[in-house]
Design a binder for this molecule. Structure first.
Ligand code: SF4
Length: 384
């Protein structure tokens, strides 16, 4: 990449209460920075995805739920969940008063379940301390469970129209290219710099529309691998377009560490119309979700032996394997698993120990399952 870091023009405009002289806009003049918002917003008003349900509201509660769901999730996947969630909990007080299991059930399949747990906890606090209305104040939002800098700034700008810079992956990528920012965008310094730049850019425009427009530009045109620069409304101001043979080289991507992989064996035990399930602890990964007893592959043991031993240690019940049902692969944030599901049988209907419970089959649909256990259960039902 051609290094043009030293060719930039610094600015000395005011942004809110701070001076923009500290902000390095790289190779782009302050005049151009200030003139970007208008074509960006005009493009957004004409080309945005109008079918996205959260575009039709300014209700802070709904904006918050959409922002939570869109973290780590594709837009098209999030839409049905968003509709289902708001049908079940149309207002913040309704969410606060629901039980956690019902909230997890509606979130089931969307992944990153801590988001649902935090939403529920935050809703309870807001109902108690703010009469059920999300606070119109950045610091108060940040104090709520699950409100990181992005979520708080997104609610402040999109719902409340306040000039807070919401820096998500899309916005960060666009900024990396507009200003040729060559540092790793995931570092704290890089985020601080991008946030300052964003605040400078949004000065004088409607924060709600500006924030959505920049994120939409990243999603629709300034994509990670093949930006569509010929259609871009701010192409003229874009340094990467002007100076680089391929803007897609930015942002600089860190080499990803290979995730560790684990084999897991799990047993499905049914007796007298009931299935044995185990509830996960109420903290940590997949907290409070239900799953089939089993566990990680034991050294020097076959998968079937692992299933028998792990099943017994989790439930206290001796089993024998009767059939193999399916293999389900899944990737979590920090590791990958391959789960081998078996049907298993036992002598009597003993009482299980720990958090294992016999659950009537008719009640299964009310319990929250993670994607892997759900896939195992569906394969079991198909095979019967
Ligand atoms: S011109 Fe290309 S690289 Fe620059 S912001 Fe637009 S789409 Fe992204």
């Amino acid at each position: 990449m051609k290094n043009i870091e030293n060719g930039g023009t610094n600015s000395n405009v005011k942004s809110g209460s701070r001076t923009d002289s500290a902000v390095d806009f790289g190779h782009v003049s302050v005049k151009k920075v200030n003139s970007m918002a208008r074509p960006l917003i005009e493009w957004f008003l004409g080309c945005q995805r109008k079918h996205l349900p959260w575009r039709k509201t300014k209700d802070p509660y709904r904006i918050w739920i959409s922002e939570l769901m869109l973290q780590q999730t594709r837009v098209e996947q999030a839409i049905p969940y968003y509709r289902r969630f708001l049908k079940a909990f149309p207002t913040l007080p309704r969410l606060a008063m629901a039980n956690q299991s019902a909230v997890l059930k509606v979130w089931e399949g969307l992944g990153y379940y801590r988001r649902a747990k935090y939403a529920h906890e935050a809703a309870r606090i807001v109902l108690k301390d703010y009469r059920g209305k999300l606070p119109n104040n950045y610091d108060d939002l940040r104090a709520l469970p699950g409100f990181g800098p992005y979520t708080a700034a997104a609610v402040m700008s999109i719902a409340y129209g306040k000039p807070y810079a919401a820096l998500d992956g899309n916005a960060s990528r666009v900024l990396s290219r507009l200003f040729i920012l060559q540092e790793d965008p995931t570092t704290a310094d890089a985020k601080r710099r991008r946030t300052e730049i964003l605040q400078g850019m949004m000065r004088g425009s409607d924060p709600s529309t500006f924030t959505q427009a920049l994120i939409e530009l990243g999603a629709l045109l300034c994509s990670p691998r093949s930006p569509r620069c010929s259609e871009c409304p701010i192409q003229e101001s874009c340094s990467a377009f002007r100076y680089l043979p391929d803007p897609a080289v930015l942002p600089i991507r860190k080499e990803r560490k290979k995730k560790p992989h684990y084999n897991v064996s799990a047993g499905i035990l049914e007796r007298d119309g009931r299935i044995l399930l185990k509830k996960r602890p109420n903290t940590g990964l997949l907290a409070n979700f239900w799953e089939f007893p089993g566990g990680k592959q034991l050294a020097n043991r076959s998968r079937e032996e692992t299933c028998r031993i792990r099943f017994k240690s989790e439930t206290g019940i001796e089993i024998r394997i009767t059939d193999k049902i399916c293999v389900v692969k899944h990737e979590f944030t920090h590791f990958r698993i391959t789960v081998h599901f078996y049907t298993v049988a036992c002598q009597k209907s003993p009482s299980p120990k720990g958090t294992a419970r016999w659950i009537r089959k008719g009640s299964l649909k009310r319990l929250p399952f993670n994607l892997v256990s759900k896939a195992g259960l569906e394969a079991y039902e198909r095979k019967k």
